[in-house]
Design a protein around this ligand. Structure first.
Ligand SMILES: [Zn+2]
Ligand SMILES: [Zn+2]
Length: 349
């Protein structure tokens, strides 16, 4: 397979430029995908900037991929040419460990193969979805239901599953009181999904600036965390708090909002260690937890759920040459609520 056109980083701090990445020749169990839409996740920026450790350049990032199958290997049974498909944060795992067998590939005991900046089974560094094509093993390729709008679906592949998985794991449904901390790319989907699951949803946002949006997305209540009264008004009132922000929080304040047997689960994390007064956990037998993306089966379940319940990400479509500006805005928190790159503008540009 020849090199394919891609938006690449050539160093940690410089602008992204148009270049190429090499894709492997599709094997018998591989699917060749022509990428049509590619979501922009804050993780893309952290990875390129080296915030999470050194990476090799040039690097194409992007792990919210929506595209069309253009070729399949001889042994592929689950996807066919012409299908609309998605790829998220993983493109492989050992498939043999207990966690993989349980459909929890994100917790593969040998570590899953990340969609970009990961080490592939052949030893090469994986390259992500800011590109015209990708080759992925069929068992890591998701079906995109017809009911989901193609241009908006990509963010479900990372932001969607990252919030769906903990909501599902903690059995969110009617009668549950769920708080979502932060209403950005992840948080806005958490609100929509928790609402679709039937929960009573409260948004805890820094200010009331996004209140109208939050209520339109299905939130029942919206509070500003900059107002200290929020933490007394809402004390002991949630069964589950899903934290989607990466800024450091005064965790004791948030844990104090949990009712009996309530859980605070974080999918956002500041780089520094956090501090918790353990006495806060004794009260109401509270739990403090984390969660990482979701398994492949669960990701398919999430896509099907979103199709059935009309859960669709809020996106701003950009052309390939707007990516550097878009990254600046993501860093500034100035996006409503996810950028999606129209990859046709890269293919033709
Ligand atoms: Zn992501
Ligand atoms: Zn495994």
């Amino acid at each position: 397979m020849p090199a394919v056109k891609a938006i690449v980083a050539t160093d940690p701090t410089g602008p992204l430029t148009v270049g190429t990445v090499i894709r492997r020749d599709p094997g018998p169990r591989d699917v060749l995908i022509e990428i049509v839409w590619s979501g922009v996740c804050h993780s893309d920026i952290h990875t390129v900037r080296g915030d999470w450790g050194p990476v090799q350049y040039p690097l194409a990032v992007g792990h919210e991929i929506a595209g069309i199958v253009t070729a399949v290997g001889d042994e592929v049974t689950s996807h066919a040419v012409g299908d609309r498909v998605g790829v998220g944060c993983m493109v492989g795992s050992c498939r043999e460990c207990d966690n993989c067998r349980a459909g929890q590939e994100q917790y593969c005991e040998r570590g899953f193969v990340a969609t970009y900046a990961g080490v592939d089974e052949d030893g090469t560094v994986t390259q992500g979805g800011y590109a015209t094509h990708v080759v992925v093993a069929e068992d890591f390729v998701l079906r995109i239901p017809d009911a989901l709008p193609f241009d908006k679906v990509a963010p479900l592949l990372c932001a969607g599953i990252t919030t769906f998985s903990p909501l599902r794991h903690w059995n969110v449904g009617p009668g549950m009181r769920v708080a979502v901390v932060g209403m950005g790319g992840l948080g806005h989907l958490a609100v929509k999904i928790a609402h679709a699951m039937g929960a009573e949803v409260t948004v805890l946002s820094q200010s009331l600036r996004k209140r109208d949006d939050g209520l339109a997305f299905g939130a029942d209540h919206f509070y500003a965390t900059s107002d200290p009264a929020t933490f007394t008004t809402l004390a002991r009132s949630f069964d589950l708090i899903l934290n989607t922000v990466s800024a450091p929080l005064v965790l004791d304040d948030y844990l104090g909002l949990l009712a009996l047997d309530g859980t605070f689960v974080s999918v956002g994390a500041p780089p520094e260690p956090a501090s918790v007064t353990l006495f806060t956990l004794f009260t109401n037998r509270r739990r403090f937890a984390g969660s990482s993306i979701g398994g492949i089966r669960e990701t398919q379940e999430m896509l099907d759920f979103c199709a059935e319940h009309g859960v669709v990400p809020e996106v701003e479509v950009i052309a390939a040459d707007q990516i550097n500006k878009a990254w600046e805005k993501v860093v500034a928190g100035d996006v409503r609520y996810r950028y999606v790159i129209d990859i046709s503008t890269l293919a033709q540009g």
